[in-house]
Design a protein around this ligand. Structure first.
Ligand SMILES: NC(=O)c1ccc[n+]([C@@H]2O[C@H](COP(=O)([O-])OP(=O)(O)OC[C@H]3O[C@@H](n4cnc5c(N)ncnc54)[C@H](OP(=O)(O)O)[C@@H]3O)[C@@H](O)[C@H]2O)c1
Length: 288
């Protein structure tokens, strides 16, 4: 039986990937900081923290696994960038000791050499660590699905707030994909030889305004959308962070959002033997 090791196995995407790998006959070790509240049956869990060296028992548990899929990430300051990059280096050193051949990194559309957000920079720097023959980095658009991720946080915000601010009018593009499709893609990548860098999302894009409008409609909510210039929101987010207030968006998200660009993913997603839906079909098919 093939053995997959998944970091971030307790997270939104991680849980979906664990389920799909099991369905496709893999054995799975989920690397987690603590055993999840709702552990998935048939998954073995082992201790892993991006901020620490991997414990010897964990290295023993994953030795000779076929693939490591790196999803875990530290989302918050302080030193988000350095901690994620150092954590990825530690993981790869441990994977080397454990003699794991195939390595997959879950990156983002935000990754680029000239990224300005800490998130985009760390994703790009970690991609540079996954350059061995057979390594794959998947750059994802916005992942749709229930289960505690960014999409769930967006839904909660729409449900709570009758007025939705649209940064710079919400004209930035957003390309989406369903978490169920993503999990199938990751399983396919684990099993097959594919290019080393693949962007994965719908071929087409919503604007953020359209995305929020369609989501509100799907939720049966009437919302007022108010365009707000970036230079007004940024100081508010900066001040909120200083005084420890949690807003749905932080300064790093804001600078990343401002740089969001449409990507032509057509040739990338042709690698997969199943079609990905366009953005509207993906959103329509989602149960909220
Ligand atoms: N969701 C999207 O739309 C999207 C888009 C592009 C890329 N991605 C990438 O996909 C990956 C997974 O995202 P997600 O949406 O599933 O996020 P998520 O639900 O927040 O999951 C993050 C995971 O990272 C783990 N983690 C956090 N800090 C850790 C640490 N110090 N050591 C070890 N594990 C730690 C969390 O474990 P705990 O349960 O212990 O907190 C959790 O399992 C991320 O790398 C993200 O950048 C996501």
């Amino acid at each position: 039986m093939k053995h997959a090791v998944i970091t971030g196995a307790s997270g939104f995407i991680g849980q979906a990937v664990c389920r799909t790998m099991l369905q496709h006959g893999w054995s799975v070790t989920g690397l987690v900081r603590r055993t999840p509240a709702n552990p998935l049956p048939a998954i073995r869990y082992a201790a892993f923290d991006l901020d620490k060296e991997m414990p010897q028992e964990t290295i023993t548990a994953i030795t000779y696994a076929d693939v490591v899929i790196h999803l875990a990430y530290i989302a918050e300051a302080p030193r988000q960038l350095e901690r994620n990059v150092e954590g990825a280096k530690r993981l790869l050193r441990a994977a080397e000791v454990a003699k794991i051949q195939k390595r997959i990194f879950i990156s983002s559309f935000s990754a680029s050499a000239d990224a300005v957000s800490a998130y985009g920079k760390q994703k790009f720097q970690i991609e540079q660590l996954f350059l061995r023959k057979g390594d794959v980095s998947l750059r994802l658009g916005f992942v749709l699905g229930r289960g505690g991720g960014l999409f769930d946080r967006t839904l909660r915000f729409l449900q709570k707030s009758p007025v939705i601010p649209l940064i710079d009018g919400g004209k930035q593009p957003v390309q989406v994909l369903l978490v169920t499709d993503l999990a199938r893609i990751i399983e396919f990548v684990a099993e097959n030889e594919v290019p080393s860098l693949i962007s994965v999302a719908s071929r087409d894009a919503f604007t953020f305004r359209q995305f929020y409008e369609l989501l509100s409609e799907k939720l049966g909510l009437k919302r007022t959308f108010v365009p707000v210039p970036f230079f007004c929101v940024y100081p508010v987010a900066w001040f909120a962070a200083k005084v420890g207030l949690r807003l749905p968006i932080n300064t790093d998200n804001l600078v990343g959002l401002r740089r969001a660009r449409f990507r032509d993913v057509s040739s990338d997603i042709e690698v997969f033997p199943f079609p990905l839906p366009d953005a509207a079909t993906a959103l329509r098919s989602l149960e909220l």
